[in-house]
Design a protein around this ligand. Structure first.
Ligand code: ATP
Length: 255
């Protein structure tokens, strides 16, 4: 096993093709314990493929993926016990109650959990007897994060966790991600929302055509751009349209 200073995630020169399509073309990075690491990039850049290789869901053609000192290809079972993967919304049964859904996933992981306690961690304990179909979009997203927590993972993978949410629900998910990080988990997050990456990520990898074209803290990446003499096209205002919306509609969740 590795020491506490070693990176929790190591991606080493990963390559993956689907037929003639090169999806990942030599990606390498480390993620430190307790970091939120963002993967940004246009559609089809290779983010999901990279993340699935780290999760042990997909084999790389070459290169290595290591989670907490364990080679994912050699020992996927040990890796799966250490990680949490946020499932997409359609992975759930509409008619099951939330406690039953959490229970089901806990059984899959042979984890002993109190479903209500897990639901309370994502602010859904008050809906414990509701059926999945009765939840709002934001509540469904939070449930999908809750089930990823049943095995108390040391690494959590979140794939576009706020896509389709209103600004209030998005902020609720951001607070949840920060709380999970404060609890000690390391998080890999893919997102197409730059303000989300800026708010949550300690470091970001920008991926294009299967390669990392920039990697650093959000501040460092912005500083690098400004050093090139970059001037924004639009004058930057002190408030955003997001601020206008939240000021008009309030910060409370509409659930
Ligand atoms: P998005 O932001 O749209 O989720 P992404 O960065 O996650 O994109 P990937 O899903 O990893 O990108 O896709 C990388 C490339 O591999 C794309 O050209 C995609 O069409 C292709 N690809 C992904 N999955 C498969 C598959 N199962 N079979 C064939 N090609 C695939």
């Amino acid at each position: 096993m590795n020491s506490t200073n070693d990176p929790v995630i190591v991606a080493k020169d990963i390559h993956k093709k689907y037929g003639d399509i090169v999806a990942v073309n030599g990606i390498s990075f480390d993620v430190r314990r307790g970091e939120v690491f963002g993967m940004l990039g246009p559609n089809g850049a290779g983010k999901t493929t990279t993340v699935e290789i780290l999760e042990g869901m997909r084999d790389a053609d070459s290169g290595e993926a290591i989670i907490s000192g364990v080679n994912v290809k050699d020992d996927p079972t040990t890796v799966k016990a250490m990680i949490g993967v946020q499932l997409q919304q359609n992975a759930f049964f509409d008619k099951l109650k939330l406690t039953e859904i959490v229970d089901l996933y806990a059984k899959l992981y042979l984890a002993k959990v109190d479903p209500v306690e897990i639901l309370s961690r994502v602010g859904l304990d008050h809906r414990k007897n509701s059926q999945y179909a009765e939840l709002s979009g934001g509540q469904k997203q939070r449930l999908s994060i809750a089930v990823a927590l049943v095995n108390d993972p040391i690494v959590l993978f979140l794939d576009e966790p706020t896509t389709g949410l209103d600004p209030q629900a998005r902020r609720q998910v951001w607070a949840l991600v920060k709380a999970i990080q404060e609890n000690g988990a390391t998080i890999v997050l893919t997102t197409h929302y730059m303000e989300e990456a800026e708010e949550l990520c300690d470091r970001i990898a920008v991926v294009e055509d299967g390669q990392i074209i920039a990697l650093g803290t959000p501040d460092a990446l912005i500083d690098q751009l400004l050093e090139t003499g970059f001037k924004p096209e639009k004058r930057v205002r002190e408030a955003t349209l997001d601020d206008v919306f939240l000021n008009l509609t309030g910060r409370d969740l509409r659930e």
